[in-house]
Design a protein around this ligand. Structure first.
Ligand code: CO
Length: 213
């Protein structure tokens, strides 16, 4: 059996198991999507959003990219945020990164000439390093430096979310969502809470919209 054929076979078994337990399982799921959470995570195969928080289909709206970034010129992540916040009306937006992130590690290295697109994507993580260079360089091991940049990058993405008109409008008009920054440990499977911003959070004036439209 080819590796991809195993996936299709597993899918059949999974769907059968769900129907055995609850005959209307897929009918119920197909009817409406009402997740309470938007999850912005890293594409890393070891950090599957639903699995690590034991969530069922229908519970979490998910966007994943390299190093769990919210980039204000990226239509992909921002359209996901807009849909989740303005249409699905999620109560929580979670940015969940992870220690030993390959994207963050790569951002602390020289740029690879064969990865021109990835370089551009990681440029924003390099900027986070530059903002906190002294703090990161004061750490004695490479692993500690990487893991601190992982944390700082997550916190930065939470602020990037808060800087969008999408979030500011929802904060002002509907008093939601709460923004969370979490970090997942590959070695123990546990999530640590790094930061949360509630709708009453006061942003720096230069990031405020005078009237979020
Ligand atoms: Co990663």
């Amino acid at each position: 059996m080819k590796p991809f054929e195993k996936l299709l076979l597993e899918n059949k078994a999974w769907a059968e198991e769900k129907i055995t337990r609850e005959p209307d399982y897929f009918k119920r799921l197909a009817e409406v999507q009402r997740p309470n959470f938007l999850w912005i995570g890293c594409s890393d195969s070891r950090v599957p959003a639903e699995l690590i928080v034991n969530a069922e289909p229908g519970e979490i709206f998910v966007h994943r990219n390299i190093a769990n970034q919210v980039i204000t010129t990226d239509f992909n992540s921002l359209s996901v945020v807009q849909f989740a916040v303005a249409v699905l009306k999620v109560e929580h937006v979670i940015v969940c990164g992870h220690y030993s992130c390959g994207g963050v590690k790569a951002a602390l290295d020289k740029q690879r000439s064969d990865l021109t697109l990835v370089n551009k994507w990681l440029m924003h993580v390099k900027d986070v390093y530059r903002f906190h260079q002294d703090e990161i360089e004061a750490l004695s091991t490479r692993d500690a430096q990487i893991n601190r940049l992982v944390e700082l990058n997550i916190i930065e993405q939470v602020y990037k979310l808060a800087h969008t008109s999408i979030i500011q409008r929802a904060w002002k008009k509907e008093g939601r969502p709460v923004l969370h920054g979490w970090v997942y440990g590959l070695d123990d499977g546990l999530i640590k809470d790094l930061i949360s911003l509630t709708p009453d959070h006061r942003l720096e004036p230069i990031y405020q919209y005078s009237d979020p439209a």
